[in-house]
Structures are given as C-alpha cells and as structure tokens.
Design a protein around this ligand. Structure first.
Ligand SMILES: Nc1ncnc2c1ncn2[C@@H]1O[C@H](COP(=O)(O)OP(=O)(O)O)[C@@H](O)[C@H]1O
Ligand SMILES: [Mg+2]
Length: 369
C-alpha cells in the first residue's frame, strides 16, 4: 500500500521530471570542461553517461545538481529553468562513489536527514524512512551505524537517503565503483529493480564500466573530452555505433580500413573493399564515399564459410585464448589483427592454420575514418 501511495504521488510530477541541457558550457578557471553540451533525458528514463576518466561526466552531474555553475546555457527540469536555483531547491537526489554517509548517525537517521532538513513532520519522516529502507532491502539495519555495514549495504543506505525525499531525478555518480565485482553485479540488478518500483523516477547514472552501462541504461550517452560523442538507445549504440570511439567504448570491436566507392545510400547497405575482399556493410553512420572503416564485433564473426560471395576474409590463426564463456581467436590478415569470439571450437584449429572468417552484413557497420 505504501508503494502504491508513493507511485501515485510521483505520477503528478512525472511530466516535470525530464531534464534538458541546452548548450551547457562549464569551465573550471580557464579549463573548459563541457563545451557546450546539449542533452535531453525523458521523464522516467535511465540515462547512463559513460566515458573515460576526465571526460566531464561528474561535471554534468554537478551542474545539474547545482554544485557547478555553468558559464552559459540552460538546465531545465521539465519546463522549469533551474540553471540558477540553489541545489536544495532543485528536488534532486544524489549518490556519489564513496557513500558519504554520516558516520556518527544510525542508518535511520542518515535516511531521515534530508526530510528533517525540510522540517517535515515526524510521522511523515518515519513513514518515508521505513519506505525507503524497504525499497533498498535494508529494513533490518535501521539502527546500525555505517561502520557496522558492508560497502554494498552502505551504498544501499546512501540510495535510500537519496530517494527518501522523493526526488524527481536521481543522480548517481559511479555509485558502485568502490565495491567488488560480485556485489557490483547484484547492485546493478537492485538499481534496475528500484527503477521498476519507481518508474516515474528519472535516473542519470554515471559510470566508466560498460557492463553497468549496457545492463542499466535505457539510453546511453558516451562522453569524450567534454563532448557527447554518441547518444541513443543502448541497442542501437551497440549494434550501430555512430563512430569509432563509441564502437570501442561499448564492447570489443574490430576496426578495419575500407574504401567505399560511389554513392552512399542514406540508410541501407553497400559493398566496400576491405583488406582485398568485398564487404557488404551498413551505411547509416557515413555520409560520403572514400576512405572509411568497417566495424565488426568479435562475437559476430563465424569460422564457417557461407555460400554468400561477400563478407569473407581469409586469415591466419595467431593465438587461441580460452576465457571461460568465450574462446578468443586472434587472427592476422595482412597487417591487421582480427579478434574472433566463439562459444565452442570443434574441431580446434592449430596456430598458423588458414581460416575463412564470415560475418553478416547486418552486423557490419561502416563508420568514418
Ligand atoms: N574542481 C575542479 N577544479 C578544476 N578542474 C576540475 C575540477 N573538477 C574537475 N576538473 C577537471 O574537469 C575535467 C572533467 O572532470 P570530471 O567531470 O570529474 O570528469 P569525469 O567524471 O568524467 O572523470 C577534468 O579534466 C578534471 O581535471
Ligand atoms: Mg567522475
């Protein structure tokens, strides 16, 4: 019942919980860190921002939360311009990497903190604390102190504290990066569950971990040096990366030189020449002909030749690396190296054997060089 009440009350604000960054420029002293950046996050969406360290991800979050002042541009929450609103008036929740719980406060007091700061009545504070702890599965730990909790539990409490004030938007900055791999995996599931329980909550999740990004995001934004170099549905970004950086940041990718002659069909596919072979590839990411790159993921390459006349490459096997679920084969073609990932190898080829590689045109993407 508690849950239902919460959902109903947040529905009213759902339409106002989208975020728009409109040509946002942020600098620290003379160093322009976001140059300028535009982005829309739909109400109730999980957007994962991913990019290398220093690319500006935290700065995006800090600007939205009100802790970094933009030089120019606007930040909208729904239709409301919040660019110059103080942080506490923005109605956002934030969770950072190192938990940042108050060590001298019990779990329940940590979770109650924001509500007490808002001077909410005691009964409401209690109700919301119980509700938030229930959502993160920490009801039994209400009277413990942070040092009596594991890292994963502390981070759950940090999330409970952030959602207790019923923010319209939840900002998470690498919330799992201090946790070890197994707990991280479980926490990703829990954040996904949290979003199913609070579907109106808009979530902006920052990580440098591609597994987290692909597991959590409805959409993914890829940042590089203060620019958003790719933004879109995660499946589209993974299967049709718009550029080399996006291809290599979201998973492993073989990037091979290619030449495209003639007109480029605006969407659809065309035959290009690549390492002496004819390759049929998707063209939505390119605009002109000439020197291009072909992108194909290791697990999309098969060792069984097909009747098709295109999309075969003759390679030589250099090494085999068994990696548990997948076996990686490193192959040479002229001066290029190609990585192939297969689930089983039978019969197993020998190092130095010639191999014929095949990949479907649907999984072969032409990108700009
Ligand atoms: N408080 C600050 N003062 C000066 N430079 C900063 C500050 N915070 C971040 N930067 C710089 O801004 C750039 C982007 O940082 P950040 O947004 O933290 O990147 P990310 O979160 O992607 O690692 C980096 O070059 C960083 O050194
Ligand atoms: Mg950061």
């Amino acid at each position: 019942m508690l849950m239902k009440k919460m959902t109903n009350s947040t529905i009213q604000t759902a339409a106002h919980s989208g975020i728009t960054l409109d040509s946002l420029r942020v600098s620290y002293h003379d160093n322009v860190v976001l140059k300028p950046l535009s982005l829309t996050i739909e109400p109730g969406e999980i957007l994962v921002l991913i990019g290398p360290s220093g690319s500006g991800k935290t700065t995006v979050l800090r600007a939205i939360a009100g802790f970094a002042q933009p030089d120019s541009g606007r930040i909208l929450l729904g239709d409301t311009d919040i660019t110059h609103l103080p942080p506490y008036q923005r109605g956002l929740g934030m969770v950072v990497q190192n938990y940042a719980l108050f060590p001298h406060m019990k779990v329940e007091d940590n979770v109650a903190f924001g509500l007490r700061a808002q001077k909410q009545p005691k009964s409401l504070v209690n109700e919301r604390v119980i509700e938030a702890l229930k959502i993160v599965g920490m009801t039994d730990y209400a009277t413990r102190y942070p040092h009596q909790l594991s890292g994963g539990q502390q981070q759950r409490v940090a999330i409970a504290r952030a959602i207790a004030v019923r923010p319209r938007v939840l900002l998470l900055d690498e919330p799992l990066s201090a946790l070890d791999a197994q707990i991280r995996h479980n926490m990703v599931e829990e954040i996904a569950r949290l979003h199913r329980e609070l579907p109106e909550l808009t979530i902006l999740y920052v990580t440098h971990d591609q597994t987290e990004a692909l597991a959590l995001g409805d959409k993914i934004g890829i940042m590089k040096e203060g620019y958003m170099v790719a933004h879109g549905e995660k499946n589209t970004l993974y299967h049709q990366p718009p550029n080399r950086f996006a291809a290599e940041f979201l998973g492993r990718a073989n990037i091979l030189p290619a030449t495209a002659l003639g007109d480029i069909p605006p969407s659809g596919q065309m035959t290009v020449s690549c390492l002496g072979a004819l390759i049929e590839a998707q063209t939505s990411a390119v605009r002109s002909s000439g020197h291009k790159l072909v992108c194909v993921r290791p697990q999309h390459i098969s060792l069984s030749p097909r009747p098709e006349t295109t999309n075969h490459l003759n390679a030589t096997l250099r090494s085999i690396n068994w990696k548990g679920d997948l076996t990686h084969l490193i192959c040479d073609i002229a001066n290029e190296t190609i990585s192939v990932a297969v689930t089983h190898l039978h019969p197993s080829p020998q190092i130095g054997d010639p191999l014929t590689l095949w990949f479907s045109p649907a999984n072969t993407i032409l990108i700009e060089a």
